[in-house]
Design a protein around this ligand. Structure first.
Ligand code: ADP
Length: 398
């Protein structure tokens, strides 16, 4: 079955066409600057990237351009759109309504709309993608795969905040967690790769990218995760602060004469590795600056690795032990320095780093030595493949 996977952002859209039988990517790319001017990146498997500047006033034109590229006579990956048998969409927030992926129906879309308030930047864009696909490819089954769904197994002690309970009852203020598709895919793959029993294992997944989150997965189910009501909580990220003392917000608002939106903008876009270092949100730039003795860049690196060490330690305690610690996403898959700094402080678990294995980048690899009591590994994430698999399973009624 050929499945189109779509991840719609507010001004961008990533896509992949996947053959679900072979799990090969037939074509992939993205649309950028939707609503501004428009740029399409398209790459058929085995060919070079094509970049086309083309007007994209709305997501509708963007998706139409993707479909045209996919069916282009010369470089298209398919002859006709009728070959697309299902569409899988990433949807950021499913609230408490969705604990798993779901076939898209009119009623179901109403329930997703009700979650818009919880992810005002993301969910409306995801819904636009779904509606445009329904219009341009009528009759093709569509599936929503939620970033929050995997974390719905958390118990109240992990998802409730120390706030008046009516905030939860009336406004649904609670920890939801994000990157769920990645945490689910990586924890399952880790159990397979390491020969662990998925029903009887304790795995900590460190998804470290531009946005980062860590989750504790016990017997295949998420029992805790670092992101909260929104993707702002938890470890320090590229431009997001991660957890801070909430009173800082009032303090800096007064000092800098900011309103709530102004403070939120700082916490989401001007903080994290970028804000701390004044250099960049990208770990590669940060490490280059640290190598030149930039103290702020060094501190930013240390704050990130210390955060990871503390959350991993917390989750070891929460699960009363751990079988494996996994690194994934942009930093987790590529950055041996971050991994080494974290693994150094896992000695209390009987873990030693295999320095040679830790040099490998972007591949599945065990980076703890064979005598280590707890396994540490890198498992590259693949959210698109996870979305494709869920889509096929639901469309085929499995
Ligand atoms: P997103 O959260 O946007 O999906 P990714 O998981 O792709 O992000 O991670 C992107 C981040 O990964 C970059 O901002 C950078 O910090 C980090 N990164 C990517 N490649 C490397 C590398 N070779 N070494 C260190 N860090 C890297």
């Amino acid at each position: 079955m050929k499945v189109l996977v779509i991840n719609c952002g507010s001004s961008s859209l990533k896509y992949q066409l996947i053959d679900s039988d072979s799990e090969n990517v037939l074509a992939k790319g993205l649309c950028e600057r939707i609503g501004i001017d428009g740029r399409l990146v398209y790459q058929k498997a085995g060919l070079d990237k094509e970049i086309t500047e083309a007007p994209m006033p709305t997501h509708k034109e963007a998706i139409q351009l993707v479909l045209d590229a996919l069916t282009n006579e010369k470089t298209g990956a398919i002859k006709s759109l009728s070959e697309v048998e299902a569409i899988g969409h990433r949807v950021v927030h499913g609230g408490e309504k969705f604990a798993s992926s779901a076939i898209i129906t009119d009623d179901m879309l109403k329930a997703v709309e009700e979650c818009n308030e919880l992810a005002p930047l993301h969910n409306p864009a995801n819904l636009i993608g779904i509606n445009v696909c329904a219009e341009l490819m009528p009759g093709v089954p569509q599936v929503a795969v939620f970033d929050t769904a995997f974390h719905q197994t958390m118990p109240p002690r992990a998802y409730l905040y120390g706030l008046p309970i009516r905030y939860y009852r009336d406004y649904k203020v609670r920890r939801y967690g994000f990157h769920g598709t990645s945490h689910s895919y990586v924890s399952k793959r880790a159990a397979e790769f390491l020969g662990l029993d998925p029903e009887n294992s304790r795995i900590i997944v460190c998804h470290l990218g531009n946005g980062s989150s860590i989750s504790a997965v016990q017997n295949g189910k998420c029992i805790d995760t670092t992101m909260g009501l929104t993707p702002l909580e938890g470890v320090v990220m590229g431009t997001r602060s991660g957890s801070i003392d909430p009173a800082i917000m009032e303090y800096v608002a007064k000092k800098d004469n900011l309103d709530i939106a102004g403070v939120m903008n700082v916490l989401n876009k001007k903080s994290g590795l970028l804000g701390m270092s004044g250099v960049s949100s990208d770990m590669r730039d940060l490490e280059a600056a640290a190598a030149e003795d930039n103290k702020d860049a060094k501190n930013a690196f240390d704050v990130l690795t210390y955060d990871i060490i503390k959350y991993v330690g917390g989750y070891v305690a929460a699960m009363n032990g751990v079988d494996a610690v996994i690194f994934t996403a942009g930093i987790g898959e590529n950055d041996g320095k971050v991994r080494a700094a974290v693994v150094k402080n896992l000695a209390y678990l009987g873990v030693t780093l295999d320095e040679e294995a830790n040099k490998v980048r972007g591949e599945e690899v065990v980076i703890s030595t064979p005598d280590s009591k707890v396994k540490v590994a890198v498992i590259p994430t693949n959210e698109e493949l996870a979305i494709c698999r869920d889509t096929v399973a639901l469309v085929q009624g499995k």
